[in-house]
Design a protein around this ligand. Structure first.
Ligand code: NAI
Length: 262
């Protein structure tokens, strides 16, 4: 097992949205990107064109043995894991008396347990290297409650706390761990919910909670991931970083409009 000449990043949920944008950014910066997703990625060839050697492999993050085998193959093929970004995730929630236990379990299973399984599979290699960088994609909904959030918010709150604990447990051997907490980002997952006719008014209200007055772009999350993976953030660990256009900065009641600040 010889180490590849490039740095290696493993990105889950890499077929779409935020994960794909991270793959694009890290490939453009010269990383060898190993992308994984439960679904195939139609546009992956452009990642390989940006950084040769990058590859895409199918992986369901909820399948423990498959995750272990995936990490083992990655290490056998490339000899290192410098960065892991866990972007695989699903939406879901509703007031709890409206949702089934199976729906609750699915959200927790993918978003929280899947995140843990992938990171746990990468950790032994990072310990051997005595270096590594873990970036989880949580959510502003893991920092505060939201109507109907239930399973999703619980999963993302869990990801935030899990990430802080990773920083506690592995910091002294050179592994950093940080969570990114995106605001509402225009991705296929976002559109699946926000494009519903019933969501039109709510969508406008949610947009207004972003103090920059707009939803975010996947590339803006990838930019934060790039910062957290690099030397400019070398003293940052155990942090949950909102990248949210000011969504969690405070509540809006319309006073900015009254003050003429729009
Ligand atoms: P997306 O739906 O575009 O991408 C999520 C990817 O995860 C998809 O490619 C999907 O196939 C994959 N995935 C789902 N279940 C999987 C499984 N069991 N195993 C492997 N892959 C699986 O969604 P988006 O928006 O890019 O989301 C990425 C992450 O960012 C998610 O964790 C999401 O919760 C989080 N997030 C998204 C926000 C948004 O507004 N779009 C806001 C805050 C957080």
């Amino acid at each position: 097992m010889s180490r590849a000449s490039k740095k290696i990043v493993w990105i889950t949920g890499a077929a779409s949205g935020i994960g794909y944008a991270c793959a694009e950014r890290f490939a453009a910066e010269g990383y060898l990107v190993v992308g994984s997703d439960i679904n195939p990625c139609k546009q992956w060839q452009s990642i390989e064109e940006l950084s040769s050697g990058s590859c895409f492999r199918l992986l369901d993050v909820t399948l423990e043995q498959a995750v272990t085998d995936f990490a083992g193959a990655l290490i056998a093929d490339f000899g290192a894991i410098d960065v892991v970004i866990t972007a695989a995730g699903v939406a879901g929630g509703g007031a709890i008396h409206h949702i089934s236990t199976a729906d609750w379990d699915h959200v927790i299973n993918v978003n929280l347990r899947g995140t843990m399984l992938c990171i746990r599979a990468a950790i032994p290699q990072m310990i051997e290297q005595r270096s590594g960088n873990i970036i989880t994609i949580a959510s502003v909904e893991g920092l505060e409650g939201s109507e109907g959030g239930s399973a999703y918010n619980a999963s993302k709150g869990g990801v935030v706390m899990f990430t802080k604990n990773l920083a506690m447990d592995y910091g002294r051997i050179g592994i950093r761990a940080n969570a990114i907490c995106p605001g509402f980002i225009d991705t296929p997952m976002f559109r699946e919910v926000m494009d519903l006719e019933a969501m039109r008014e709510t969508r406008d209200k949610i947009q207004a909670q972003h103090k920059l007055g707009r939803f975010g772009r996947s590339q803006e999350i990838a930019g934060a991931a790039w910062f957290l993976a690099g030397e400019d953030s070398s003293f940052i660990t155990g942090h949950a970083l909102p990248v949210d256009g000011g969504y969690v900065a405070g509540h809006s009641y319309g006073l900015t409009e009254m003050m003429g600040l729009v």
